[in-house]
Structure formats: structure tokens, C-alpha cells
Design a protein around this ligand. Structure first.
Ligand SMILES: [Zn+2]
Length: 507
């Protein structure tokens, strides 16, 4: 989730700095026509986790391309380095890192176009990785090329680092740092413009229960199966419950009739299927919502699990399934933790973000509910855990439920001083290149900035548009791709040429 804050009083001139002007013109005249074809080409390598051939092929492609563009390429294992050295050689020159990842999220079968064809349509490039993160990879190469051919002298070496497992195991940067020195400071091109001054802390809350469902006279059914969601960081797009009744089909038919007339959450729909088999009669209710990234596009999702929980409010007999669905309703009152008592607001960070993510049977016969909580500096880690323990205990007592409490609370928010030198420079570069005065962003998603020392997320997605990464039909407007290159050119002309920035993270 990105929360761009508008700062209308910014008075930066919307004019590129003079030495950068030539680089911008050079890009528009000579390099811009190459951008879309190159992005289409690189999308054709299906670099999802486990596809070693796609990775090897893409690496060879990138090695050749970077060589043809006149850069120095080094294979550093899980990370590729592409260097544009400082003018006059790199000895003693600081290194400015640009971080992207060359791997992509998997795809499902809901796409309207082939996800790895690099389709260009209606002014957009479509395909897995178009925005996350192959667009930024090509944009960085083009900005570096423009600077090389038409830029002022460089006082820093610019090093593009291309990672390989950001979307899966996420070990590439940590491994790289075991044998390589990090750049003096780095820009992570894998989030939002103008600059991300905060990345929330990732937490998971799990509640498990073994309490059996006990049918009652007016609700003579039990829960035979209950399952929802795919993964903790994805809004669940499907939730299914199967109810069986020893009293035959009639009570379930009456229940179905009631449920069919109940309003369902906006953007969700439900299917009902009644199997009349005497004492084995069963009613299956499936709710369909919309999947979305739980960190950067929570509002774009439609939560099928919370919708199912609301649909069944008051209709289940007492038991663990009803307890967990009641908790899902409570936690899913909104997307910001109101139902969990997480009501604190920070003027910069806003609220925390809560995705009621999965509900699944466990091997030990219990049912487990998992929530994803993206926390702000106001409350995270052990303070967040203690608060939730208390809240869950009170909730359980009130309804005679028993939950075993678990989860992960070990992450910390990554915060930068919005007044630091680097942030101020990046904001000014962005404003000059775009003429826009957008305020710094907070992200619900984590980037390489949490793994690489002295790194901050800078672009390449523009504010006020839902981020398409991880979604079906991932796509990026061509106009935004060119605009992003211009921001990067302005930034490199500022930070990699001229006086090197000392202590970039200090005000
Ligand atoms: Zn990414």
C-alpha cells in the first residue's frame, strides 16, 4: 500500500538542471525508441522461481546487451553487476548502486494475454515483470547509456545490480554481501516515486483451534471443511465451506435460501451447491473475491474470506470454525486494524494494514487462521505481539473459545528521515524531471532496501495509480516508462556527477 502525501507548498522549479538537459534530449532522440522493444524482449524470459534455463538465458542476454551498450559486466553469482565507471577510472570514486531484480512472480491461468510474450497494446507494455521489475531494469540501462553518451563527467561509478530471487527465497543480496562490498549508497528501483521514506514491518498472526462444532436444534449442521486463501501476502480470492447435516437436506435447503438473499461484500460473489444424500446431505458455499498484493495493493483486493465470514454470521453452531470466522469478521472490519484495536495513526505512515489471509486445516486436525499485519513505527515487534495476545485473550474469553496464539513479529519498519540529504535531493530531482510536487511515500511492501545497507527505494511507479505487480495482466504505460527514465537521468546527473554526496542519510 502506498500512501503518497501531497505537499502543495513545494516550490521547486519544474526545470531540469542545465547539464542534464543534453542528456534528456539525447535520450529522447536516440535511445527512447529502443526502450519498449528491449522490455518486450526481456519479458520473454519466464524467470519464475525454479526455471533455471530462463534465468541462464536471461543472464546471457543481459551480459550481451550490457556489453553492447559499452558497460562492464560482472557475474557475481546470484547478482549481476553492470558498471558505468566514474570518468577517468573508478579508483577512489564512490559507487552509486541501482538495485533491481530479474526474477518474477509466478502466473496463474486468468491472464487475458500470454504473460511472457511482451505484448505492446494501447500504449502499454503487458507481461509478467513489465512493472516488477524488468521495466526498471531496462529504464536503468537506458538512463546509464544516455549519461555515458551525453552526460557531464561522472564523479561516481554507477553500478546496476540485478538480483535473481527477490520474489521467492530472497537470499541474493545477503549472499552477495558475504563476498562483495555494498555500494556507498543505493537506490532500489522496485517501488514508488518520488521516494519511499518508510517500509512497514511484516507480521503474521496465527490462531489455531481444535474445538469441534456442536450442532444445535435450530442449526443442525456441522462444518465438514473450511478453507480460504493462498498465501499470507495475498488477499484471498476464494473461500469455501462445506456443511453437512445428520437431519437431512431440508434444514440445509432453508439455510441456502437465507444465505442467497443476504447481501454479500461488494466485488464478491457466492456459489451454492446442495447435495441431497439423506443423512449425508451437504451444502457447499464458495465465495469468490479478487486477489491482490497484500503489501502494496491491499485496497485493490476483495477479500473472499472476510466476505464468507460475514455471510455466515449467526448461521454456524458453536465451535472452532465459528470462532475463527468471528475473529475474521472482527479483524476484517476494515483494512487498517480497527477491529484489532490498532487505531493509532502516524501523520507520515498512516495506519497499519491488515489482510485476513488464509484459513486452513492443519496436519494435527486443527483449523488455523492467518492474518498479515504491516505495522508502522507506532507499534510493532514485541509491543504489537503483546497487544494482540491481550486482544485475542479477551475475544476468546467473551465467546468461550480457545485459541493457540502464534505468528511472526520479528520484522522492524524501515524508516528514513524525510529531511535527510539524499531524500531531499531525490525529491528535488523528481520534481525537476516531472514538474510534480508529490510528497514522499510509505510502502506496505518490503524491498531490497531492508537487506542492502545504505539503500532507499526510489521509483519506478508513479503515485496515484494502483501498482500492477503480482497481479494478472501486469502492465505499464509506455509514457510512464519514458517519464521514469527522465527522472533517473535527472537523478544520476545530480548524484553521480558533481560533488559526491557525503553522509546521504543525515539531515
Ligand atoms: Zn519487485
Amino acid at each position: 500500500m502506498l500512501l503518497p502525501l501531497m505537499i502543495p507548498s513545494l516550490l521547486w522549479a519544474a526545470q531540469p538542471a542545465q547539464p542534464a538537459r543534453l542528456v534528456h534530449d539525447h535520450y529522447d532522440r536516440r535511445l527512447a525508441p529502443r526502450l519498449v522493444p528491449l522490455l518486450s524482449e526481456v519479458i520473454r524470459f519466464p524467470t519464475v522461481a525454479g526455471n533455471t534455463k530462463a534465468w541462464t538465458d536471461q543472464k546471457a542476454w543481459l551480459q550481451k546487451l550490457a556489453g553492447d551498450l559499452g558497460f562492464e559486466v560482472r557475474d557475481a553469482g546470484k547478482v549481476m553487476e553492470v558498471d558505468l565507471p566514474a570518468t577517468g577510472g573508478r579508483a577512489g570514486a564512490p559507487v552509486l548502486g541501482l538495485l533491481v531484480h530479474g526474477d518474477v512472480q509466478p502466473v496463474d491461468d486468468h491472464w487475458s494475454i500470454p504473460p511472457f510474450s511482451g505484448t505492446v497494446k494501447d500504449g502499454r507494455v503487458l507481461g509478467r515483470g513489465a512493472a516488477d521489475d524488468k521495466g526498471p531494469m531496462i529504464q536503468a540501462l537506458m538512463a546509464m547509456k544516455a549519461l555515458k553518451e551525453a552526460g557531464p563527467a561522472r564523479t561516481s561509478t554507477i553500478r546496476l545490480l540485478v538480483g535473481s530471487d527477490e520474489e521467492s527465497t530472497n537470499t541474493d543480496i545477503t549472499d552477495y554481501l558475504k563476498t562483495n562490498r555494498p555500494p556507498d549508497f543505493s537506490l532500489v528501483l522496485d517501488s514508488a516515486f518520488p521516494v519511499v521514506v518508510g517500509e512497514k514491518a511484516w507480521n503474521a498472526l496465527t490462531l489455531a483451534t481444535q474445538r469441534p462444532t456442536a450442532p444445535t436444534a435450530d442449526r443442525p449442521w456441522t462444518v465438514a471443511a473450511l478453507e480460504a486463501g493462498l498465501a499470507t501476502s495475498i488477499v484471498p480470492d476464494r473461500a469455501v465451506i462445506r456443511l453437512t447435516s445428520a437431519a437431512g437436506k431440508d434444514p440445509l435447503a432453508a439455510l441456502r435460501k437465507r444465505l442467497e438473499t443476504r447481501p454479500l461484500d461488494a466485488g464478491c460473489r457466492a456459489d451454492f451447491s446442495l447435495t441431497p444424500e439423506g443423512a449425508g446431505a451437504s451444502l457447499t458455499v464458495t465465495v469468490h473475491g479478487k486477489a491482490a498484493h497484500g503489501g502494496v495493493n491491499l485496497e485493490g483486493g476483495r477479500n473472499a474470506l472476510v466476505a464468507l465470514a460475514r455471510l455466515l454470521d449467526g448461521e454456524l453452531p458453536p465451535g472452532g470454525a465459528d470462532d475463527l470466522l468471528a475473529f475474521a469478521r472482527q479483524a476484517g472490519r476494515d483494512l487498517y486494524g480497527t477491529g484489532l484495536g490498532l487505531t493509532e495513526t502516524d501523520p507520515l505512515w498512516g495506519r497499519c494494514a491488515v489482510n485476513v489471509a488464509t484459513l486452513k486445516p492443519e496436519a494435527d486436525g486443527s483449523l488455523k487462521l492467518t492474518l498479515n499485519i504491516r505495522a508502522t513505527p507506532k507499534r510493532y515487534g514485541s509491543a504489537l505481539e503483546a497487544h494482540l495476545r491481550q486482544m485475542v485473550a479477551e475475544f476468546a474469553t467473551a465467546r468461550h473459545a480457545t485459541f493457540s496464539f502464534g505468528g511472526f513479529f520479528g520484522d522492524t519498519p524501515l524508516a528514513f528521515d524525510p529531511q535527510s540529504r539524499l531524500v531531499m535531493r531525490l525529491m528535488a530531482d523528481y520534481a525537476r524531471a516531472t514538474g510534480r510536487a508529490d510528497g514522499p511515500a510509505i510502502s506496505g511492501g518490503g524491498t531490497y532496501a531492508k537487506r542492502m545497507p545504505h539503500a532507499i527505494a526510489f521509483g519506478m511507479w508513479f503515485p496515484n495509480r494502483p501498482y500492477p505487480g503480482h497481479d494478472v495482466d501486469e502492465q505499464v504505460p509506455i509514457e510512464d516508462l519514458h517519464r521514469g527514465v527522465h527522472v533517473l537521468i535527472e537523478t544520476l546527473a545530480d548524484l553521480a556527477c558533481g560533488e559526491p554526496l557525503k553522509e546521504p542519510f543525515k539531515p
